[in-house]
Design a protein around this ligand. Structure first.
Ligand code: HEC
Length: 145
C-alpha cells in the first residue's frame, strides 16, 4: 500500500500575506481603541454649546430671510441665545479667566439684553440684530478660536 503523499507545504508568500493581514487588523483595532479613548476624554460640552448657539442664529437669519419678523419669531431665539450665553464660562474653563474672553462674552450678552428689552419690530431691525450677534460671535472667535 503506497503511503499518502505528504500535504503540500504552504508557500512562504501565503504566510507573509497572512501575517501582513493580521498585522493590519490588529493595527486597525488598536487605532480605533486609541481614537475612542481620546474622544472619551474630550468634553463634548463646549462644541455642543457653540453648535446650538450657531443653529439659533441660523434660524433667526432664516426667519428674517423669509420675512417672518414678528416678536414670536425673534424673541424665543433671542431668549435661548441669552440663556446659552451664560454658559460660555462653564464651557471654556481654561479661557474664562482671560479679560478679553470676558469682554467678548459680555458684549454678546449686552447685545442680547438690548434685543430683549427692545425686540426688533420689523425685518430691517431683525437683520440688524442678526448682524450684530454675528459680529459678537466673530469677535471672540478671532481671539480665541
Ligand atoms: C466668549 C467667546 C465666544 C463667543 C462670544 C462665541 N464663541 Fe463660538 N467658539 C468659542 C471658542 C473658544 C471656540 C473654539 C471651541 C473649540 O474648538 O473647542 C468656538 C467655536 C465655535 C464653533 C465651532 C465649534 C466646533 O465644532 O469646533 C461654532 C459653530 C461657534 N463657536 C458658534 C458661535 C456662535 C454662533 C456664537 C454667537 C452667538 C459664538 N460662537 C460666540 C468662543 C466663543
Amino acid at each position: 500500500m503506497p503511503t499518502p503523499p505528504p500535504p503540500p507545504r504552504q508557500p512562504a508568500a501565503y504566510r507573509y500575506l497572512l501575517v501582513g493581514v493580521l498585522g493590519l487588523l490588529v493595527g486597525l483595532i488598536a487605532t480605533v481603541m486609541v481614537a475612542r479613548a481620546i474622544q472619551a476624554r474630550q468634553d463634548p460640552f463646549p462644541e455642543a454649546l457653540m453648535h446650538v448657539m450657531d443653529r439659533q442664529v441660523q434660524l433667526l437669519q432664516a426667519a428674517q430671510a423669509q420675512n417672518r419678523c414678528s416678536l414670536a419669531d425673534s424673541v424665543p431665539r433671542t431668549q435661548t441665545l441669552r440663556s446659552l450665553s451664560n454658559d460660555v464660562d462653564l464651557a471654556f474653563p481654561g479661557l474664562k479667566d482671560s479679560q478679553a474672553f470676558q469682554q467678548h462674552a459680555s458684549a454678546l450678552r449686552a447685545t442680547l439684553n438690548q434685543a430683549l428689552a427692545a425686540p426688533p419690530a420689523d425685518c430691517t431691525a431683525m437683520a440688524a440684530l442678526v448682524e450684530k450677534i454675528q459680529t459678537d460671535c466673530r469677535a471672540c472667535h478671532q481671539d480665541f478660536r
